[in-house]
Design a protein around this ligand. Structure first.
Ligand code: SAH
Length: 224
C-alpha cells in the first residue's frame, strides 16, 4: 500500500511513523508513506498557501491552486483509490473503515490547517472525508497519523501473529476482554483462576463472556 500525505508540517510525522508497527511495516515494504510539503507547490514567492476568507471574519483558508497542483502531480504517476481530507465534520473513523481502507493500493491524505480548505476542493476533488472525533484539532496532521496507524497495522503481514489484530476491540462489534501477565499475584491482586487452568476451551468461553459484558457496560450501542 502507498499513502501520500499532503501537509504544511511534514516534520510532525517524524515521530509517529518512525517507531513500532508502522516503522516495521515500512521496513518490510508492506507500506510506503510519502510526505509532500504543500508549500513546494505554490507559485507564490513567499510560499503562501492560504488567504483571507471571502466571508470575512477571523482565520485563513487554504487555497485551491497548490493543493490541486500537488494532487495532479501525484496522479500523473498512478491512480488513487481514495483522496481523503481530514475534517471534523467528516465520516467518523472507526474499525470497519480502517479495515476497508487497509485493502486499498494508493491513498492520498490531505491535512487541512487554519479555517480549513476552500470548499471547492472538497466538492470536486476529495473522494472521502474522515473525522477522528467530534472535536477540533489545529490541523489534520495528528488525524492523518491516527488514520495511517489504524490502517497500516491491518495490512496483511504487518502484525506477526495476524490473530492479534483480529482479536482487538471492535473487530467483531465487541470490545476486547481484559488481559493479564506475570506475576500471578501482586499485593494480593490475583489473576482470574480460569486463565491459569490450562483449559483452552473454558478460557475462550470466559474471554467471550468478558467481551460481551464489557461491551454491554461500555459500548451498549454496539450490541444493538
Ligand atoms: N474551521 C473548521 C476547523 C478547522 S481545524 C471547522 O470548524 O470545522 C483545521 C484543520 O484541522 C481542518 O481543516 C482539518 O484538516 C483538521 N482537523 C481538525 N479537527 C479534526 C478532526 N476532528 N478530525 C480530522 N481532522 C481534523
Amino acid at each position: 500500500m502507498r499513502i501520500d500525505i499532503i501537509t504544511i508540517f511534514p516534520e510532525m510525522f517524524e515521530g509517529p511513523f518512525d517507531h513500532s508497527i508502522v516503522k516495521r511495516a515500512k521496513e518490510k515494504k508492506l507500506v510506503e508513506i510519502n510526505l509532500h510539503q504543500l508549500r513546494d507547490y505554490t507559485k507564490d514567492k513567499h510560499k503562501k498557501v492560504d488567504d483571507y476568507a471571502f466571508s470575512g471574519g477571523a482565520g485563513m483558508v487554504m487555497m485551491i491552486e497548490p493543493i490541486v497542483a500537488c494532487i495532479e502531480e501525484l496522479q500523473k504517476e498512478r491512480d488513487y483509490d481514495q483522496i481523503i481530507y481530514t475534517s471534523p465534520d467528516g465520516e467518523l473513523f472507526n474499525q470497519p473503515m480502517a479495515n476497508s481502507l487497509s485493502l486499498l493500493n494508493n491513498v492520498i491524505i490531505l491535512c487541512g490547517h487554519y479555517k480549513g480548505i476552500d470548499e471547492r476542493i472538497r466538492e470536486h476533488i476529495i473522494t472521502k472525508e474522515i473525522s477522528i472525533g467530534n472535536y477540533v484539532l489545529s490541523g489534520g496532521e495528528l488525524a492523518a497519523a491516527v488514520i495511517t496507524d489504524g490502517l497500516v497495522r491491518l495490512i496483511p503481514g504487518v502484525i506477526g501473529n495476524e490473530v492479534s489484530a483480529l482479536s482487538d476491540s471492535f473487530q467483531n462489534n465487541m470490545v476486547a476482554p481484559p488481559v493479564y501477565t506475570k506475576p500471578r499475584e501482586f499485593q494480593g491482586w490475583k489473576v482470574p483462576d480460569i486463565l491459569l487452568s490450562g483449559n483452552q476451551h473454558k478460557i475462550e468461553e470466559w474471554k467471550y463472556e468478558q467481551s460481551v459484558k464489557r461491551t454491554e457496560e461500555r459500548r451498549p450501542e454496539m450490541m444493538e
